[in-house]
Design a protein around this ligand. Structure first.
Ligand code: A2P
Length: 296
């Protein structure tokens, strides 16, 4: 239930003992440059200590700038970035880590995730390619460039083969999760194996926020739908990564430690009719991702 969490600096513990602040600030689709830099600083000013970016977001350098501008010490901030689909394989992965570190202006990252699994329809050697990429992850982990390793958008059929070949097991799986799209079977499978699940688009990219049934639940707690979404993830032991480009909303999205959603409402929220689904699934990953990886 994760009810031991009382503030943005409280943590989940990963399988290797690394502590990860319980709400991350997401930066997907946040424009590179001033916007990302200023938003990251706003999030740190509001007390967030965990920032999530990706090579593919194109804003790693601005994330690094925002962190330095904030004046918060590097070691007090948890920084995640992600490996992109064009960089699969051992050697390319090593170079990808170095490139992301250079973009961020940092000498280590806290968490590195495989952004999307390679899947069968891309190549019959998808399992081997995922294993080779992972070897690159392990190498950089052993070299101290990365403090924790994970995947994103992995289903059981992608995770199981990786589990067999990995000497350092994935510690995190970042999945789309919000009322209206919860992937509960996959989440429970990951949690049973000891992975921490993170929620991307915990607000359904904003698409769930105007739903009248969700508004009615939120009103019972005197909270916004966004706060209900963030709290729901925490109560399910899932680490949410809400994003906003607005200072007041950035702060409000983290005001979730002063109420508890009832078990009955949690069930309603987890079984809500489909709403706000991104349309992205690993076997049918974003068209640009597929095109990019096939072009290699
Ligand atoms: P904005 O940047 O204008 O605040 P998700 O985290 O699921 O990807 O959702 C992000 C989207 O939700 C963004 O469009 C963001 O817009 C919007 N959003 C974030 N927080 C709130 C909030 N508290 N109220 C309304 N919209 C929000």
């Amino acid at each position: 239930m994760a009810l031991h969490l009382n503030s943005l600096t409280d943590t989940f513990t990963l399988a290797n003992g690394v502590q990860i602040p319980c709400i991350g600030y997401g930066t997907w689709q946040t424009p590179d440059g001033e916007t990302t830099r200023d938003c990251v600083k706003m999030a740190l000013d509001a007390g967030y200590r965990h920032i999530d970016t990706a090579f593919a977001y194109g804003n790693e350098a601005s994330v690094g700038e925002g962190i330095r501008l904030s004046g918060v010490k590097r070691e007090d901030i948890f920084v995640t970035t992600k490996h992109w689909v064009t960089e699969r394989g051992y050697e390319k992965t090593i170079k990808a880590v170095e490139a992301s570190l250079k973009n961020l202006g940092m000498d280590y990252m806290d968490l590195y995730l495989v952004h999307w699994p390679c899947v069968e329809k891309l190549t019959p050697e998808w399992k081997e390619l995922n294993a080779e990429t992972w070897r690159g992850f392990e190498r950089m982990y052993q070299d101290g460039k990365i403090r924790a390793l994970g995947v994103s958008n992995y289903e059981q059929k992608h995770l199981d083969p990786l589990w067999e070949t990995a000497s350092v097991k994935p510690m995190v799986n970042q999945l789309e999760f919000h009322p209206g799209y919860t992937q509960m079977d996959n989440i429970l499978y990951n949690q049973k194996k000891g992975l921490l699940v993170q929620a991307w688009s915990p607000l359904g990219s904003g698409a769930v926020l105007n739903n009248e049934d969700l508004k009615a639940i939120a009103a019972k707690y005197n909270k916004s739908v966004a706060q209900i979404c963030v709290r729901l993830a925490l109560q399910c032991g899932i680490l949410p990564l809400p994003k906003s480009t607005n200072a007041a909303r950035i702060a409000a999205n983290a005001e979730v430690f002063d109420f508890v959603i009832s078990d009955e409402d949690v069930q309603t929220l987890l079984t809500f009719p489909q709403l706000g689904f991104s349309g992205y699934s690993p076997e049918d990953a974003p068209a640009d991702a597929l095109a990019a990886s096939l072009a290699e």
